[in-house]
Write a protein that binds this ligand. Sequence first.
Ligand code: G3P
Ligand code: CA
Length: 281
Amino acid sequence: MKKGNRITWVALYMLMWATSNFLPEAFIDPPVFNIAHRGASGHAPEHTLPAYQQAVEMQTDYIEIDLQQTTDGSFVAFHDEELSRTTSGQGKLKDITIDDLKALDAGSWFNQLYPEKSNQDYKDLQVPLLEEIIQCLHPDVSFYIEIKETKEGAMDQLLALLNKYELIESNRVVLQSFDEDILKKMHELEPAIPLVQLIHQDRLSSIDYQQVYEYAIGAGVAHSLLNQQRVKQIRQAGLLVYAYTVNKEEDMKRLMEWGVKGLFTDYPDRLEHVKKSLDKP
Ligand code: G3P
Ligand code: CA
């Protein structure tokens, strides 16, 4: 083969590899993943270290983390835009510094709302940094991180953190987002990370699943929007199906029967029990 032709073929191969779906072995015919939604958030205050630790004790496969940034750029685990539901603070997460956020009580709200589950240890818990969570739970735990609103350069910053703790090479991280531009950018930066496209109700019928397959390994959908036909349609595009947030045993059973490959739940202990009762790996 002439040198020019060879270079063209190599370039073409590299382009195909870079743009193709990359499926790590763990995702080829995987078991049903038990994904602890904001930690074991049915048992302890969401996105706090006790919620994550309890999930690990309950044999969860992944800890789900909602990733946001403070005004000075720190990655923290926090679900809402507003501080008021789950902390003693007011205002928006994106407007607070990490020092001010750390001074807030992120656990007492849970004791007040669920007195039957309250625990004095939850009082004055802090909102955790992503790095603190990884350090605290490393090296046994895998993370299913939802990228929410982030700043310029956040993907490079996140990638550096994942690499620092070798989460990509040890196959212990999945990234998900409703924002397809974020996922495409991450796929370009590091195609080895398994990505999951979260899909809102209004896009469920119109989205091109074959196109999602170009950069993602799966689709995440609210469980109430799924039916057997929809699961089949998504799987036919080569994508795995993940369902949120599934807390009732009958829903867990039905979704598994339809071929859903991961359930986000506030009760990882309940899901583990259901999986065992169905003899699911
Ligand atoms: O990760 C899927 C699910 O968590 C999305 O919903 O609102 O709980 O972040 P939300
Ligand atoms: Ca989430």
